[in-house]
Design a protein around this ligand. Structure first.
Ligand code: PGA
Length: 260
């Protein structure tokens, strides 16, 4: 609804995945610092590979852009070789942590229960978890989309308190749209967002205001239409977040998109 929608700030977050090296990161981050007045109306962030947190902090520290990581451990500390604790990322000024990205679920066997624990650890460290959910092509084609994303979000709803849930961001990322150039249509995306918002609000009415991002082949030319949908509060951007011109154009689309 237009009124409720007006309360929610737009977000655009880049997910660099395993791309970038020192020199490229510096050029990209310096270009993003030119975002200008769009940062007054849109929350902009980048989720970088963990080794580059210090570099990102040094470059973004005094500006309006947020930064974070693409995964955190489900544990605070201990014998978990190779993992990054949310508290470690927070020490480098991170405020965001993607959890449950479909690539983590598919290639690292993360269950929705583990994803919920990761979201809880991120919150405990003061980070905003961006909890990703989404169905595969086969699941969509067999009509299982709501059952799949419903079960994924329910694991989080069952594990976190209402107070914790009020601080999460959810990203709907259909697996078939990620990195394929084939975005969901605005109607397909809006339908799932409305479903997710209703599921959150069913737990507690206040959770109907949780920020819901769309991810999956968002580009400058489809961003404004997607972000103009009533329940889409911005985007989680993969490929296009590596090109400053495209990423900034998507941020601009978030600031000009109007609810339909
Ligand atoms: P894409 O990736 O924008 O390259 O499709 C989105 C994501 O995986 O977060």
């Amino acid at each position: 609804m237009a009124n409720e929608r007006a309360k929610r700030t737009k977000w655009v977050v880049g997910n660099w995945k395993m791309h970038g090296r020192l020199a490229e990161n510096e050029a990209l981050l310096r270009a993003l610092l030119q975002a200008g007045s769009v940062t007054e109306t849109v929350r902009i962030g980048v989720c970088v590979p963990a080794p580059y947190l210090a570099q990102t902090e040094a470059l973004l520290r005094s500006g309006p852009l947020a930064w974070g990581v693409q995964d955190v451990s489900a544990y605070a500390h201990g014998a978990y070789t190779g993992e990054t604790a949310a508290e470690m990322a927070a020490e480098f000024g991170a405020t965001l942590a993607i959890v449950g990205h479909s690539e983590r679920r598919a290639y690292h066997g993360e269950t929705s229960e583990v994803v919920a624990l990761k979201a809880q650890r991120a919150l405990a460290a003061g980070l905003t978890p961006i909890v990703c959910v989404g169905e595969t092509l086969q699941q969509r084609e067999t009509g299982a989309t709501q059952a799949v994303v419903g079960a994924q979000i329910d694991a989080v709803l069952d594990t976190l308190s209402v107070q914790e849930l009020a601080r999460i961001v959810v990203a709907y990322e259909p697996v078939w749209a990620i990195g394929t150039g084939k975005s969901a249509t605005v109607d397909e995306a809006q339908q799932v967002h409305a479903f997710l918002r209703a599921r959150l609000a069913a737990k507690d009415a206040g959770l109907g205001d949780v920020t819901l991002l769309y991810g999956g082949s968002v580009k400058p030319d489809n961003a404004e239409a997607l972000f103009g949908q009533a329940d889409i509060d911005g985007g989680l951007i993969g490929g296009a977040s590596l090109k400053s011109h495209d990423f900034l154009a998507i941020c601009m689309a978030a600031s000009t998109a109007r609810a339909v």
